[in-house]
Design a protein around this ligand. Structure first.
Ligand SMILES: CC(C)(COP(=O)(O)OP(=O)(O)OC[C@H]1O[C@@H](n2cnc3c(N)ncnc32)[C@H](O)[C@@H]1OP(=O)(O)O)[C@@H](O)C(=O)NCCC(=O)NCCS
Length: 169
């Protein structure tokens, strides 16, 4: 792994014209279950769907996509391109999500993650998400195998200074 020295990191809102770019990152990052350009285009056409792109030294390195309806948000998908992984870019996108959720009075952010995805599970735990359930055989990979999903949540409580995340003890 290379070291990023004083990287120029920009996080910008997702737009529909970015669909091809994020489909390419999704394909690199989820070899067994990639989503098409058309899927991303349709999702970004939905006014409940939004998210962020992360750019490092002018290279598109990853994205995080959410759907938010009436105070509840859900991470639809999230990936950092393999070349840029392990440089805290995923952490930076989750921090952006948390700040956005606090500003927009979101009460909870949910997500599903495959139980064999050690990297994502560790990242979500480190950012305060807690497990609230299990969905059996939730993901079917292209090779036909199935894996359970862990259902996780990060809740926010209204406080005099706004919505604060409820972090585990
Ligand atoms: C999961 C993913 C988004 C993490 O992004 P990232 O930018 O590499 O993560 P970060 O550098 O911010 O890592 C933060 C912490 O997460 C954990 N983590 C990240 N990658 C890990 C790995 N490969 N193995 C074990 N732990 C890992 C570590 O605790 C890490 O902290 P550390 O580096 O101090 O040990 C990235 O691996 C990815 O895109 N994977 C493929 C797609 C995917 O699984 N998306 C999530 C679907 S729910």
């Amino acid at each position: 792994m290379f070291q990023l020295i004083e990287p120029d990191i920009k996080i910008i809102p997702l737009k529909i014209w970015m669909a091809r770019r994020i489909a390419a990152i999704h394909c690199q990052s989820f070899a067994l279950d990639s989503w098409s350009y058309e899927t991303f285009k349709d999702l970004l056409d939905n006014h409940h769907v939004s998210g962020w792109l992360i750019i490092v030294n002018c290279h598109v390195a990853g994205f995080l996509m959410i759907r938010c309806i009436e105070g509840e948000a859900e991470i639809l998908t999230f990936a950092i391109s393999p070349k840029w992984q392990r440089h805290r870019l995923g952490t930076a996108l989750l921090k952006t999500l948390r700040e956005w959720a606090q500003k927009n009075s979101v009460e909870a952010v949910f997500l599903e993650v495959a139980i064999d995805n050690v990297a994502a599970l560790r990242l979500y735990h480190s950012q305060g998400f807690t497990s609230v359930g299990r969905r059996r055989d939730y993901y079917t990979y292209k090779d036909g195998s199935c894996v359970d999903a862990e259902l996780m949540v990060l809740r926010f409580l209204a406080s005099p200074t706004g919505f604060e995340p409820v972090l585990p003890p």
